[in-house]
Design a protein around this ligand. Structure first.
Ligand SMILES: [Zn+2]
Length: 273
């Protein structure tokens, strides 16, 4: 049988201007009863600054049975910070989350899959800090980030950290992400379902959405330093996200990553040479 889907959410504040009202707390609160109805518990990768700004929200997420993992302190890509700052930020973000939930944080996801050959040093720091797993790699060439040459199935870094790479669609020689919020919004459901059936059996399927992927009422705001068409693409087609996800998760979801790890699901993961 094919592996069940894991639900993950990158809980971040994507506002362009801090003067605008924050919409992500209300959107996330709307998701909690919806996920409960679908009997889905997932992993919420939370930005440290968001946890510090919205402690009540983070407690609600944890109380609903979801796993809290870290999604950096302030969403700066790994390729834009020094190892020393990464270490400090990671310790700080983790302690905010652990204080809020009373549970150890085991997982880390780099902003925009920015764990690349240039930021490979981050693996050693995560392992040293006691993280059990990372979910930070897109194992294919990509215009933004990517780590071609790595397996797309979960694997162990030699430092002892488990990596759970982003699932990839196979179209001929192409390897493309397809289960992120952006792709869920634009790809037709039958295509996503078909791509799932083509995935290798050892690859772990997981979705990664953001609160804005579900926010159908947000007004359009051009994104700084991005072309207008990019801003438009990121803003459109949010209405179908919930419906498509519900269909994809209808056959039952896997528990949060930390629970999969605890029950030995990754025991077969190969260690990189
Ligand atoms: Zn993010």
């Amino acid at each position: 049988m094919r592996a069940a889907l894991t639900f993950t959410l990158d809980l971040e504040d994507h506002r362009e201007h801090r003067a605008a009202p924050a919409r992500y707390p209300a959107i996330t609160r709307e998701l909690l009863p919806w996920l409960a109805e679908l009997k889905v518990r997932g992993t919420f990768f939370v930005v440290g600054e968001v946890a510090a700004a919205e402690p009540a929200l983070i407690r609600e997420v944890a109380a609903a049975g979801h796993e809290l993992a870290l999604h950096s302190w302030d969403h700066t890509p790994l390729t834009a910070i020094t190892p020393a700052r990464f270490r400090d930020d990671t310790v700080r973000g983790r302690s905010v989350l652990e204080d809020l939930s009373g549970k150890p944080v085991q997982g880390y996801r780099a902003p925009i899959f920015s764990l690349t050959p240039a930021s490979r040093w981050a693996v050693g720091i995560l392992a040293e800090l006691g993280f059990r797993y990372s979910s930070s790699v897109l194992a294919a060439p990509h215009p933004l980030y990517g780590y071609p040459g790595l397996p797309s199935a979960p694997f162990q870094w030699p430092e002892g950290l488990l990596e759970i790479p982003a699932p990839l669609a196979r179209l001929g020689a192409w390897r493309l992400p397809y289960l992120g919020g952006f792709y869920l919004r634009y790809l037709p459901l039958p295509l996503i379902q078909w791509l799932r059936t083509c995935a290798p059996r050892d690859e772990l399927p997981w979705t990664y959405c953001h609160p804005y992927d579900f926010d159908v009422d947000e007004a359009f705001t051009p994104i700084r330093d991005a072309a207008l068409w990019v801003s438009v693409l990121l803003w459109c087609r949010r209405r179908g996200t919930r419906g498509k996800l519900a269909r994809l998760m209808a056959d039952g979801c896997a528990p949060p990553f930390a629970e999969q790890l605890a029950r030995g699901d990754f025991a077969q993961a190969k260690t990189l040479p």
